[in-house]
Design a protein around this ligand. Structure first.
Ligand code: NAD
Length: 469
């Protein structure tokens, strides 16, 4: 085993908490800091607060042994040489990343520095942020040789965050300091050396002792751009296939066949070619906006990113039109909505296209009965209960007497609906699927009118003429 390293992780959200327990899992000793007292108390009590596979088990295993939680950043700074910053970098009104949380943390660290420290920026930030962190710390009177700032962007996906952290495609470390680089090498060595994967209790995934992840060392600025460029490219892929799906609808082609045909090209690959109601979540929308804004400030024309955003926004409007085309008028219609999270396997509703669509449907006068396996509690804050906005305890309850059922999130359980039962529960057997979870033929065979993305609409014979299919 490697020598355990004392690590501080600042921020205990999706990234900070996962990083904290995963650093413990690979043998280190972690102090996780958050300035939200309620969050810290909940974590101290063993409540993960977020829905992520493996997280409860890892928290249970390491809480109060290799991981402890505190609100005291000063104490954590003094106790640890490596300080990871994983606080939020939300979008500001201008589209830029709001870096005030990062700055606040940098200033607070500076006030407590008591020896050489490495401050590792894990939040997604625009290029030059590391340089600003360095300046802020120096302005607070810390000598330049007492610290280094490193960029170590995080690529985990919500829903598979623990697995992604422990089995990453790559670990990017941006630094110009040899001393900091050695510390980062040591922190990640149980993964890069393959040792972790030999343990019988290791979380399974795509890496192994013989196929460990690589650690890519770059300059700090390159590392910052790698993260923004990666997210922008993934969003671009989604918007691209959504634009292709619109063309497929116009030409009466099938986007699933087209996506497969494109994805089999090894230069393109099949991932992120799934058409739907657009990307959402806490990262893509804000990161694309921030990347575009950085380019603008540097005088670089990156209007391609504006197109990516435009297609994404339009995708929701097109889905609303689809609902209208199936139901004619919307006022007073009772709609079952399956899915509120921005994607399956998470309870995160930040920038969720499902939440936006439900808001649009409510504004049109529909009654919505929504069900999501994990995100309802969070959704209720955005979409409070009312006579028009109701929450169901399960799929059956949502579907009962519905004029149509809308699938808005790709949870696995929504791909396994009991179609016969659903047909008997609904007032009208109409399914409008924003995630293409079903085969249109299977739906018509079960008596449903079925509308999806980028594929010809399908309906039983008596409905087909009305829909023009
Ligand atoms: P989050 O909002 O879930 O968590 C951020 C945490 O930081 C909160 O708990 C907040 O209380 C805490 N915080 C804010 N200011 C603080 C301070 N001064 N001191 C201590 N704690 C403070 O955010 P997240 O989803 O974990 O994202 C964090 C960063 O990682 C963002 O930059 C994001 O873009 C990036 N990122 C997120 C993901 C993801 O899937 N969520 C993936 C990769 C990268």
């Amino acid at each position: 085993m490697v020598e355990p390293i004392q690590i501080a992780v600042v921020g205990s959200g999706y990234v900070g908490l996962v990083a904290a327990v995963c650093f413990a899992e690979i043998g280190h000793s972690v102090i996780c800091v958050d300035n939200d007292e309620g969050k810290v108390a909940a974590l101290q009590g063993g409540n993960t607060l977020i829905h992520e596979n493996h997280l409860p088990a890892l928290l249970e295993r390491y809480r109060n042994t290799r991981v402890r939680f505190t609100t005291d950043l000063g104490e954590a700074t003094r106790a640890c040489q490596a300080i990871f910053v994983a606080v939020g970098t939300p979008q500001s009104d201008t589209g830029d990343a709001d870096l005030s949380y990062v700055e606040a943390v940098a200033s607070e660290i500076a006030r407590s520095i008591n020896g050489y420290k490495v401050i590792i920026e894990k939040s997604t930030v625009p290029v030059y942020t590391n340089e600003w962190i360095r300046r802020v710390i120096e302005r607070n009177g810390v000598a330049r040789d007492s610290f280094d700032v490193v960029s170590n962007p995080e690529f985990l996906r919500e829903g598979t965050a623990v697995e992604d952290f422990l089995h990453p495609d790559r670990i990017v470390v941006g630094t110009d300091s040899e001393r900091a680089s050695e510390l980062l090498d040591a922190i990640y060595s149980p993964l890069t050396g393959g040792e972790y994967y030999q343990q019988p209790t290791a979380i399974p995934g795509c890496c192994s002792r013989l196929n460990p992840p690589i650690l890519l060392q770059t300059s700090t600025k390159s590392a910052e751009i790698i993260k923004h460029a990666s997210n922008a490219f993934l969003a671009l892929k989604i918007s691209f296939i959504n634009a292709v799906s619109n063309l497929c609808e116009a030409a009466d082609a099938n986007v699933e066949q087209v996506a497969r045909g494109i994805g089999l090209d090894s230069r393109i690959g099949p991932k992120f070619l799934r058409p739907g109601i657009g990307y959402g979540g806490s990262c893509f929308p804000k990161d694309i906006a921030a990347f575009r804004s950085v380019a603008e400030q540097m005088g670089v024309d990156f209007s391609l990113l504006s197109e990516v955003e435009k297609i994404n926004i339009n995708q929701k409007k097109r889905f609303l039109s689809k609902v209208r085309s199936a139901l004619w008028t919307l006022r007073g219609k009772r709609l079952a909505v399956l899915g509120l999270a921005f994607k399956g396997d998470t309870d995160d509703i930040r920038e969720s296209p499902a939440i936006d669509l439900v808001s649009m449907l409510l504004a049109e006068g529909c009654t919505v009965i929504a069900y999501d396996p994990a995100a309802m509690e969070r959704a209720e804050v955005k979409l409070p209960r009312s006579s028009q906005m109701q929450y169901a305890n399960g799929i059956e309850e949502a579907a009962t007497d519905a004029d149509a059922l809308l699938i808005l999130t790709d949870w696995q359980e929504f791909a396994r609906l009991d179609l016969m039962q659903l047909h008997t529960l609904m007032r009208y057997p109409i399914v409008i699927d924003g995630r293409n979870l079903y085969d249109p033929k299977q739906m018509t065979e079960n008596g449903f009118t079925y509308l999806s993305i980028g594929r010809p609409s399908a309906a039983p014979l008596h409905e087909a003429a009305r829909l023009g299919v």
